[in-house]
Design a binder for this molecule. Structure first.
Ligand code: ADP
Ligand code: ZN
Length: 740
């Protein structure tokens, strides 16, 4: 008998000890008792110092070969430790998706029996038995199913359920009658990547692309390191990634490519498929669990060793990992904002490092963190200074709304220069993208009598008016009909305030009646509908595309020559020390959509604040200058990358409970800071977003240039966690990306 440490899939901070009859490899999935329940867990390793007292034994072992290999498993342990995350929650990130259902089914042992087949990666097939039978021929549905099966020979029962919802029961009955046989088989994995893509061969590389690719290939062979690939928009960074993946492959090593979720479009995927064919796994959140399981199995078996996906692809089971690419590394969507709050960019560096592989962070607007890694010698810079086909970068003009009158629509937010530029672009038969960071029709509803805005009942934010007459909270999805009178003062004087994408679309339709106009935002959807819109821009069926962030990411539309930013100030006024950095990145990305083909591009940016550095540096395409200036500010204020932060957030339904619990947290942290003098405690204070989903939120910030001091502070708070009121919830966000 041996004793092992197990990460159980439950929110428990530490591994638990269980006994087993046989020795179990780390990474093996097991079922173990937890209180009165049974839960799935993953074996971490032998337990050298088992706790005193009775040790429960493992109920069953689910894997012949471990589901997670040692490299991945120990990476996850380090990740959990870094983020102060429960080990089981972290391990869950790396397990194939279908296991999550199985894990919850485990709580009810009867259901578990049914789910076990799924957990073991097998499924049931119905196989026809040919020849005579004594059994009375079935009738009705059973007869139809049987004749279908005799025609096709065999089929997975799951597939039969499409035509016969009760196929499972029917097959069981027919099996008992000896008319067919039900068999348990391994799931056949087949990655469905959609339509075939014609193979391409690499273009002739530019000099900069060639030297970057060669440097990466050498580094993969030489035991790995971290690179910042700084290339202007359209400079051909993707080609460098493709070259690096090929170099890793040639050395027998696998690759992971991480991209922001909304940049993971079929167009991007086909560029990878054109080069690597079907030897490519694609992981994203819209993929059905079953297909994600297929991908996982292909990767785990080593049949495929290149994966492209959003942040969760970081945990892909790739053996002999040689390369991790993080494209658009500055993008904040690499940070998971719930559960295990990890940053896939930072952890990509760690995983690559542990695997002796290369990590490439690519961007046209590097984050200050990555830039700082270069200046402090932790990463090497590779530069692609110009666009791949020598197109010039677009001309950026700022439109000062304080001095500029409204255009012919009478709406100030469509200024004369913007209106004229759209007109000219339409006349030339070219395309326009208009970027507006607010979806819906009107971002808020104001009462003319009392001056208040209509707020969400559970969040401290204004409700957005949508065209179909609904008020929607963009934080919690609360919906109500537009009231006739102000909820606060009852006066019937509610008016719509501000401009959203729906309204902008309508205004444009009136102003340019013959133009073909489309809209892309979260209300249209990131799935098929959104894809259809993008396809229409590409094929020239649309003249103007209006949209939110979704229009800014990665698209390569050669006929777009005008990009208009309707309200640059919205992005720059967020209460966060990264607002300027984010605003700048956003401006450069949006601007980068213009003039990518053979025609020169123009970018018009409307603002009330034309002196803002995020805008002036965009105008001069001076990314390096912007970063240098912003770093000076950060150093003066003592913010990252010159320090590290941990955000401790306390929330509760009751305001005074949240406030008091947070005060308590601050007090413990201050006491820790007396010992660890490098630790600075800021707060307690109400969070900028004071109320969310019915909970009041307060925060304490820990800041230090020394990681050890920070960890000490967090550990002290955690040690006292049990003394906080039960109704209060404490969350720990290490290296927070947003302080709201
Ligand atoms: P980035 O990711 O840096 O914005 P892309 O990789 O999307 O840039 O490349 C921009 C465009 O240039 C694409 O249409 C791509 O096919 C093309 N391109 C890239 N490298 C080359 C090259 N060496 N020769 C010709 N065209 C190239
Ligand atoms: Zn809300």
């Amino acid at each position: 008998m041996t004793i092992v440490r197990v990460a159980v899939l439950a929110p428990i901070d530490h591994p638990l000890s269980y006994s087993a009859d046989t020795s179990l490899e780390p990474g093996t999935r097991v079922v173990c008792p937890l209180g009165s329940r049974r839960v799935m867990g993953v074996v971490l390793g032998p337990d050298d110092k088992p706790p005193a007292g009775k040790i429960k034994s493992i109920v069953s072992v689910l894997d012949q070969t471990p589901a997670l290999d040692r490299e991945l498993l120990s990476f996850i342990e380090e990740l959990a430790n870094y983020y102060f995350a429960p080990i089981g929650e972290a391990v869950r990130l790396a397990l194939p998706p279908i296991e999550r259902d199985a894990a919850s089914a485990l709580a009810q042992p009867t259901l578990w029996a049914k789910k076990a087949g799924v957990a073991r990666l097998t499924e049931r097939w119905a196989v026809a038995i040919m020849g005579e039978s004594d059994a009375r021929p079935p009738r009705g549905q059973a007869q139809l199913l049987l004749s279908h099966l005799r025609a096709v020979g065999e089929a997975p029962i799951r597939a039969l359920e499409g035509n016969w919802p009760s196929a499972r029961a029917l097959c069981k009955r027919l099996d008992e009658l000896g008319l067919l046989r039900v068999e348990e088989r391994d799931v056949v994995t087949r990655i469905n990547l959609g339509a075939k893509v014609a193979a391409d061969s690499p273009p002739e590389l530019t000099t900069a692309q060639r030297s970057a690719s060669e440097r990466l290939a050498t580094a993969i062979g030489a035991g790995g390191s971290t690179f910042l690939l700084h290339g202007v928009t359209g400079s051909g960074k993707t080609e460098v990634y493709l070259q690096a993946i090929a170099a890793a492959k040639a050395q027998g090593r696998g690759s992971i490519v991480l991209v922001p979720e909304i940049a993971l479009t079929p167009q991007l995927v086909s560029r990878f498929r054109a080069r690597f064919g079907d030897e490519l796994a694609v992981v994203h959140s819209l993929l059905p669990a079953r297909e994600r399981l297929h991908m996982w199995t292909e990767l785990r078996s080593g049949k495929v060793n290149v994966v492209i996906g959003a942040r969760s692809a970081l945990f892909a089971p790739i053996d002999k990992l040689g390369l991790i690419v993080v494209d658009e590394e500055h993008d904040s969507s690499f940070k998971q904002e719930d559960g295990v709050r990890y940053n896939a960019r930072d952890m990509a560096i760690l995983r690559a490092h542990r695997a002796n592989g290369v990590c490439v962070l690519g961007s046209a607007t590097p984050s200050l963190e990555s830039e700082f890694m270069v200046t402090s010698g932790k990463a090497e810079r590779l530069v692609l200074p110009s666009r791949a086909r020598e197109q010039t970068l677009p001309k950026v003009q700022l439109v000062d709304l304080r001095r500029m009158g409204a255009g012919p629509t009478g709406d100030r937010r469509l200024s004369i220069p913007m209106h004229r530029a759209i007109e000219r672009t339409l006349a030339a038969g070219e395309q326009t993208i208009l970027f507006l960071n607010r979806r819906g029709f009107a971002p808020s509803v104001l009462c003319d009598t009392c001056g208040k805005t209509v707020e969400c009942p559970s969040c401290s934010v204004a409700l957005t008016f949508h065209k179909r007459g609904k008020l929607i909270c963009h934080y919690c999805e609360y919906e109500s009909l537009m009231p006739n009178a102000c909820p606060k003062c009852s006066a019937p004087s509610l008016t719509l305030d501000g401009l959203g994408t729906e309204k902008l679309e309508e205004t444009l339709r009136t102003a340019f009646p013959t133009a073909r106009i489309g809209r892309l935002d979260r209300d249209v959807g990131a799935g098929k509908k959104g894809e259809a819109i993008i396809e229409k821009v590409r094929s020239g069926e649309l003249d103007i595309l209006v949209g939110t962030q979704m229009v800014t990411k990665g698209h390569d539309f050669p006929n777009v020559t005008l990009v208009g930013v309707i309200n640059a100030d919205a992005a720059l006024s967020i209460p966060d020390f990264r607002a300027t950095e984010r605003g700048f990145q956003l401006m450069v990305q949006v601007a980068g959509r213009a003039g990518r083909g053979d025609l020169p591009g123009l970018v018009l940016v409307q603002t009330y604040n034309p002196e803002h550095p995020a805008l002036t540096f965009t105008q001069s395409h001076d990314v390096t200058g912007f970063i240098a200036r912003e770093l000076v500010d950060r150093r003066e204020l003592g913010y990252p990358p010159y320090s590290r932060l941990v955000l401790l957030r306390v929330d509760a339904v009751d305001e005074s409970i949240a406030r008091e619990a947070c005060a308590r947290v601050a007090e413990i942290a201050r006491r820790a800071a007396e010992k660890a003098t490098a630790l600075q405690v800021i707060g307690p204070a109400p969070a900028p977003l004071e109320r969310l989903r019915g909970r009041y939120r307060f925060r304490v910030l820990l800041r230090s240039a020394e990681r050890r001091a920070l960890r000490y502070g967090v550990a002290c708070v955690l040690a006292h966690r049990a003394h906080l009121p039960r109704a209060a919830r404490l969350s720990i966000d290490v290296d927070p990306m947003q302080l709201l």
